[in-house]
Design a protein around this ligand. Structure first.
Ligand code: SAM
Length: 284
């Protein structure tokens, strides 16, 4: 057992910690806590295994929303070079500080809104983000990270299962949409596990899923991302309409669609991410 792991083992149990700090979950902050060590350890084990890593040594890891610290403990036990935790809820900062005190020079705590923190400029590559995401901001956070995917080696993220299904959705399914397209253009995405509601305190109404995102070799340029976002926003606002209708304001639609091998009678859910990229480049 490593030194850090040994120290973490000696911390009071998560339930004792939650009681000692009187931490009661707040719905407005998307708080559904993981107090079962089997689950938090499994998330890290599966993420490392899928990446063929034995630990996070040499890496900078970022966690959004440490809460009572279960996942933080599991991450820290995997020996990252450095861990940065961003937590909005002041009540959870003292709990994170207890973990930080085990190796102060290897952990930073930011008490703030993760939507306002640019992880791509903090620390060094390889960077990994790991989070049981607050469900109310999970998609905006993901969009932000996807846009700077070149700065990350992996994202290991827990979403509500319905959101995870949208991210993984193939074309011609009702779940396919903007988040599937940007995710699949930037990353290989795989599901690591589904998690039942009764693993959380309090139990949410729905299942959750943990996904692993890894950057593809060829990433989109900033300009391509802007165009993809604009195009998908327009067509998915009217997802039942043929693109002939939703894009009728564009004079070059016919030639752009031809170059992307798209028929004007297609609906957005029939168009692959790669075709969207070609269409966006030729149309906008
Ligand atoms: N990691 C903990 C766990 O697994 O038990 C907590 C997960 S809970 C689903 C989400 C956490 O994110 C909460 O601790 C919440 O306070 C925090 N949070 C919510 N919105 C946030 C934001 N915009 N920026 C940073 N943290 C946020």
């Amino acid at each position: 057992m490593t030194l850090l792991k040994e120290k973490i083992e000696k911390l009071p149990s998560l339930r004792t910690t939650v009681e000692a700090y009187g931490l009661i979950a707040k719905k407005a902050l998307g708080q559904n806590f993981l107090l079962d060590r089997n689950i938090t350890d499994k998330i890290i084990r599966l993420s490392l295994g899928a990446q063929k890593l034995s630990d996070f040594s040499g890496s900078d890891v970022f966690e959004v929303g440490s809460g009572p610290g279960g996942l933080t403990r599991a991450i820290f036990s995997a020996e990252p070079n450095h861990l940065t935790v961003v937590e909005m809820d002041e009540r959870c900062i003292a709990i994170a500080q207890d973990i930080q005190s085990l190796a102060p020079d290897r952990m930073d705590i930011i008490n703030g809104d993760a939507l306002k923190v640019d992880f791509s400029t903090i620390g060094h590559t390889p960077r990994h983000i790991i989070s049981n995401l607050p469900y109310n901001v999970s998609v905006p956070l993901l969009f932000g990270w996807l846009k700077s995917m070149g700065c990350f080696q992996s994202l290991t993220l827990m979403f509500q299962k319905e959101v995870a299904d949208r991210i993984l959705a193939p074309i011609k399914t009702k779940d396919y949409g903007r988040v599937s397209i940007l995710s699949q253009l930037q990353c290989s995405v795989e599901k690591l596990m589904d998690v039942s509601p009764d693993c959380f305190v309090p139990a949410p109404k729905v299942w959750s899923s943990v996904l692993l995102f890894r950057p593809l070799e060829k990433l989109l340029t900033e300009d391509q991302i802007v165009k993809i976002e604009k195009l998908t926003q327009i067509v998915f606002a009217q997802r039942r309409k043929m693109i002939r209708q939703s894009l009728k304001g564009f004079a070059t639609l016919e030639s752009a669609a031809q170059k992307a091998n798209i028929l004007l009678t297609m609906r957005p859910e029939e168009i692959t991410p790669q075709q969207f990229l070609l269409l966006a480049e030729n149309l906008l």
